[in-house]
Ligand binder design. Sequence first.
Ligand SMILES: [Zn+2]
Length: 284
Amino acid sequence: MSGASAIAQERGGGRRPDRPVPTKPFRIIGNIYYVGQTDNSRPGTDDAAYLISTSQGLILLDTGEEDTVPQIDENIKRLGFKIQDIKFILNSHAHSDHVAGDARMKELSGARLLSMAQDAPVIESGGKEDFNPARGNYRAAKVDRIIHDGEKIQLGATTMVAHLTAGHTKGCTSWTTVVEDGDKKYNTLFLCSDRITPKVPLINNERYPTIAEDFRKTYKTLRSLPVEVFLGAHGNFLGLVEKAKRLKQGASPNPFIDPKAYRDEIDSAERDFLAELEKQGGTP
Ligand SMILES: [Zn+2]
């Protein structure tokens, strides 16, 4: 049996049956590794997951869908790490393609789950508390520690800073850290999502009255952060597959050092937001 069919079988439930097996995990830069999915040919097949190694254990950012967890586990092993060494599970935002695996990942790793305050009720209700009723439900996970905007998570010599960049979800969190690679240090950002969701009301949204205001604040916050290495919750935000290929071919400087791609992503997302706001009768 090929690896693909083994995983297809394990997924069960008939959800996203065409979801491909991720390609090999790889070191992005310094102590940051990619352990998520890497097919960006179709939407929903490039859910990112990042592993950060420190002298005191591992940090995992995002867990994908519940059935992505065995793939992430396998990727962690292939890099020579152990899932049991994960100390903290962090999330970008409470949508199923990033947090539905939290419960299973907690069981396998014994790690503590951290969540931005505004997203925690969504994760703890398995998606039922989402302001957008169209979002699917998943297995709920208990949040072990609530965090807030600006809070720092320290493990070994690594500090991860949580930035509330709300709008896509109420607790959407972009994480920053400084990565050391060779004798250089780089400001690094893991973008939550700065994208509007189709059909979600941006004005008179009873379940999320401040959504438009939050998006505006988010673009401002993102522009204020110094970013050299640009990473994000979906590979397509940053052209991950193409950059991984160039990295493997020995490209120098590291293709993930790409401040322009970061600015372009914010500009493009903000344009879409303003156009949709105007379409819905708001003032851009
Ligand atoms: Zn999302």
